[in-house]
Design a protein around this ligand. Structure first.
Ligand SMILES: Cc1ncc(C[n+]2csc(CCOP(=O)(O)OP(=O)(O)O)c2C)c(N)n1
Ligand SMILES: [Mg+2]
Length: 343
């Protein structure tokens, strides 16, 4: 969770200095949701999520370097710089999707694929409170129930969809019940609500969900009650629709990292001093370090040259001639100019 928090701080800074272009949605505050689920997952269980995908990408095995290279549009990124911040992929991690709620039917398809291949695995399909009332979500629930697919639908309720609070957008803010009389009771789906700021509760809920989904009973819906500290995206200061006191209060009383630290210390598993030391070497996510590394990558790509290599026009996307022209049109012009015709 610490690494994820630092990763997002780094991404925030990279965005501010225009190294991350386009969209950038941070996950800070919601770490326990991802870490709890990942702790319960078994080999070849899968995940699909929305555009708030950096932390999940890292958890699913994208190295910090590949990840930061991706979000800054570098060829050394996990998707060769073509996916950017919102579209991260790796084995068993099916993205990163920018269209709200699109990952719900897509994830259901992932599970259908697993079933057809005879795999005994689940897919965690994460979506926000802002997607929870979409028709496509309920269509996916219906198909998953009809075919008894081991889909685990997870609504990460961080109480806001962009600048709109759950109360303003939803007739029923208990998303786990999924408008029960219409859908869950009718289907009948199993569903429950979990404290998404408590990593252990999330892990236990996820374990239960896996067992349930693989028992042949079909899908399950979890609602994780959580909170995002940043605005919806980097272009939203996140202050016009909620008070700074509200954010401060959550940080002070429900922060997932602080809560888990207290659990560890009170169980005598570590002292507060021990917890100050970074556990993993790759928690070094300071911006300068990554800037240097990324610029080195870029240099290597250029100096290594692409002569003799068949490269599609799209590949220039990630390796434009200068760090300021990674996206947009200038790279294409320059890329084509530097490439002999017919090569
Ligand atoms: C189909 C569609 N409609 C609208 C948008 C614009 N949009 C992007 S995020 C968002 C709100 C989603 O909120 P939520 O599902 O709660 O996710 P969170 O951002 O809180 O993680 C909207 C309306 C979009 N990307 N796709
Ligand atoms: Mg939300």
């Amino acid at each position: 969770m610490n690494t994820m928090r630092q990763l997002e701080n780094t991404c925030g800074k990279l965005y501010m200095q225009k190294d991350i272009k386009g969209f950038c949605h941070l996950y800070s505050g919601q770490e326990a949701c991802a870490v709890g689920i990942k702790a319960a997952m078994r080999t070849d269980d899968a995940v699909i999520t929305s555009y708030r995908a950096h932390a999940w990408g890292y958890l699913m095995g994208i190295s910090l370097h590949n990840l930061l290279a991706e979000v800054t549009g570098r060829k050394t990124g996990c998707c060769r710089g073509k996916g950017g911040s919102m579209h991260l992929f790796t084995k068993n991690f099916y993205g990163g999707h920018g269209i709200v709620g699109a990952q719900v039917p897509l994830g259901t398809g992932v599970v259908l694929g697993m079933m057809c291949k005879g795999q005994s695995n689940v897919c965690f399909i994460l979506y926000g409170d802002g997607a929870a009332n979409q028709g496509q979500a309920f269509e996916a629930f219906n198909m998953a129930m009809l075919w008894k697919l081991p889909s685990i639908f997870v609504c990460e309720n961080n109480t806001y969809g962009m600048g709109t609070s759950a109360e303003r957008s939803s007739a029923d803010t208990d998303y786990y019940i999924c408008n029960d009389t219409i859908f869950c009771v009718f289907l009948p789906l199993l569903f429950f609500q979990v404290d998404g700021m408590d990593v252990v509760s999330v892990r236990e809920a996820a374990r239960f969900a896996i067992e349930h989904a693989l028992s042949g009973a079909g899908p399950i819906v979890l609602e994780l009650l959580t909170y995002r500290y940043s605005g919806h995206s980097m272009s939203d200061p996140g202050e016009s629709y909620r008070s700074s006191e509200e954010v401060k209060d959550v940080r002070a009383t429900r922060d997932p990292i602080v809560l888990f630290r207290e659990v560890i210390v009170s169980a005598n598993l570590a002292t507060p001093e021990e917890l100050k030391v970074p556990v993993y070497a790759d928690t070094i996510t300071n911006v300068q370090f990554y800037n240097t590394k990324l610029r080195c990558d870029l240099f290597l790509i250029h100096s290594g040259g692409l002569d003799g290599v068949v490269v599609s026009i799209c590949d220039y996307h990630a390796e434009g001639p200068g760090s300021n022209s990674l996206r947009g049109h200038s790279w294409l012009k320059a890329g084509l100019a530097s490439r002999p015709l017919g090569a």
